[in-house]
Design a protein around this ligand. Structure first.
Ligand SMILES: NC(=O)c1ccc[n+]([C@@H]2O[C@H](COP(=O)([O-])OP(=O)(O)OC[C@H]3O[C@@H](n4cnc5c(N)ncnc54)[C@H](OP(=O)(O)O)[C@@H]3O)[C@@H](O)[C@H]2O)c1
Length: 197
């Protein structure tokens, strides 16, 4: 399964470290282009390659990890998605103001899905800091990650990946129910839950 990551900041690079650490290959992109990612891919090693955002978007599973206000520009020329999986790691709030963006009553991941027609969008990897994300197996157990989405087949693949990385995945249900893990608003973001046994 090919894996692309769009966004190489705190969350995108933490996810790249996790995937490479598990022996998986990744391609990763940012706004400034592959040259600017040389230090990161040197650190990640032979299983990582810096590419254009278009190339990263053509993987079978694509992580989207871009600041909320910059997502429309990041994705506007991507696609067709043809049923490929996009993992929405994003939260509708950003530094420096930390003022929530208006969602017009929709789940934030529904707004992402609306920008990616034909993609199977799964919300996951959005509720913990990059530092906690980078250590799935710690504190004597497996750190919990939540996922949600409308596509059962896509969620099955994502939860397999989550578990392979050493987390314990919990499916919250569809995107409406996934708002439990939406930040800001839901009760779950920031909770560092660890499953023992
Ligand atoms: N940080 C957290 O604690 C945290 C936790 C959970 C979820 N999240 C969510 O994860 C997402 C990413 O957050 P972050 O902390 O990783 O942000 P970040 O460190 O600021 O990184 C953002 C990344 O997005 C890239 N980007 C911006 N515009 C782009 C474009 N047009 N095309 C391609 N790439 C583009 C940036 O590239 P350049 O550097 O080249 O501009 C950068 O690599 C956000 O939606 C955030 O809400 C963050």
């Amino acid at each position: 399964m090919s894996i692309g990551i769009i966004g190489a900041g705190g969350i995108g690079s933490a996810i790249a470290r996790l995937l490479v650490g598990a022996g998986l290959k990744v391609v990763i992109s940012n706004r400034r282009g592959p040259e600017s990612l040389k230090q990161l891919v040197d650190e990640l090693g032979a299983n990582a390659r810096a590419v254009s955002t278009k190339e990263a978007s053509e993987a079978e599973v694509v992580f989207l990890a871009v600041n909320w206000s910059k997502i429309p520009a990041a994705v506007e020329e991507l696609g067709p998605w043809n049923g490929r999986i996009v993992i929405d790691t994003n939260n509708p709030i950003e530094a420096p103001l930390f003022k929530p963006f208006p969602l017009n009553g929709k789940p934030s991941t529904q707004l992402i899905a609306d920008m990616l027609p034909g993609a199977k969008v799964v919300k996951a990897f959005n509720h913990l800091s990059p530092a906690l994300l980078e250590s799935p197996g710690s504190e004597g157990g497996k750190r919990v990650l939540f996922l949600s989405g409308e596509h059962v087949d896509a969620k099955r693949k994502v939860v397999e990946m989550i578990n392979l990385l050493g987390f314990h995945g919990i499916d919250l249900g569809d995107l409406e129910q996934g708002q439990l893990a939406q930040f800001p608003g839901g009760p779950l973001p920031g909770l560092n839950l660890v499953k023992h046994g």
